[in-house]
Ligand binder design. Sequence first.
Ligand SMILES: Nc1nc2c(ncn2[C@@H]2O[C@H](COP(=O)(O)OP(=O)(O)OP(=O)(O)O)[C@@H](O)[C@H]2O)c(=O)[nH]1
Ligand SMILES: [Mg+2]
Length: 297
Amino acid sequence: MEKAIIIGVNNDRPVEEYNEELCELMSLCEACEINVIDTITQNLTSFNPQTYIGTGKLEEIAELVEELKLDVLIFNDELKPLQINNIKEVVNCEIYDRTYVILEIFRRRAHTKEAILQVEIATLKYRLPQLVGMHSNLSRQRGGDAGYAHTRGSGETKLELDKRMIYDRIATAKKELDELTCLRQQQRTKRKKQQMKIVSLVGYTNSGKSSTLNACLKHSVAVKKEVFEKDMLFATLETSTRLIKTSHNLQFLLTDTVGFISKLPHQLIEAFKSTLEEITESDLIVHIVDSANPNFE
Ligand SMILES: Nc1nc2c(ncn2[C@@H]2O[C@H](COP(=O)(O)OP(=O)(O)OP(=O)(O)O)[C@@H](O)[C@H]2O)c(=O)[nH]1
Ligand SMILES: [Mg+2]
């Protein structure tokens, strides 16, 4: 298990809101099997564009990394490639950010072809700017005026090649995904023709959406196939629809969906667009809330 510390910047948000975000990141790390031993917060009016936190604080953290033999630092916000590079120059361990952790959970949980493609596209889009940052850092490290023209040339060619490979893979994956989306669309049109009402269950991850669907299935007299429910974040990565038929012959379709979380990475929202769009076509949207969450209101 990787040993880690979470680093956050609180830029003028209410303390409760910020603390909740940190708790959420801790749960995300737990879901990713990362052992978080502590959290460090710096109060700043804005993020440091070079190093996310202040440079003095970063030096302190670098010492802590050596002392505690940390494997990884996890930052509460999505870092810019420049920030990652600058931090790596000071600190001797892996650097993850919130987006990376969420993408990693999605990667581990994705099982269907559709979910695997969606996660792959999101991950490639996340990596793309970092790749550019990594190359510029390499040419800086080679440094000096002597041979600059040479390294610059080879660096750029390699960068162009890597970039093209990623763009090509995104394009192929998107095409494959479009075909699957098309199939989904056909299924929806078929359902519409049957004039069946659609109810969608939405809500925060781990709030009980899948359990609610399974509970409804228990009262249904139609064919039953339960959906996966478990006490973990993002157990469900694909929508599942089931027919619910009551003993009074009332029928409707019930859809289980992917949960949401604060600051869901934009790359994931974009990749899961087709899955999310399906919700907007429902006749009724039910928001499932975990009443055990102190901030549920
Ligand atoms: N005590 C209690 N636990 C519940 C209730 N509903 C669900 N749970 C538990 O909460 C956990 C999460 O439930 P899921 O139904 O998988 O939650 P979900 O919203 O589908 O979560 P994701 O798919 O991960 O986004 C499971 O361990 C459930 O057993 C409830 O009404 N009471
Ligand atoms: Mg679920």
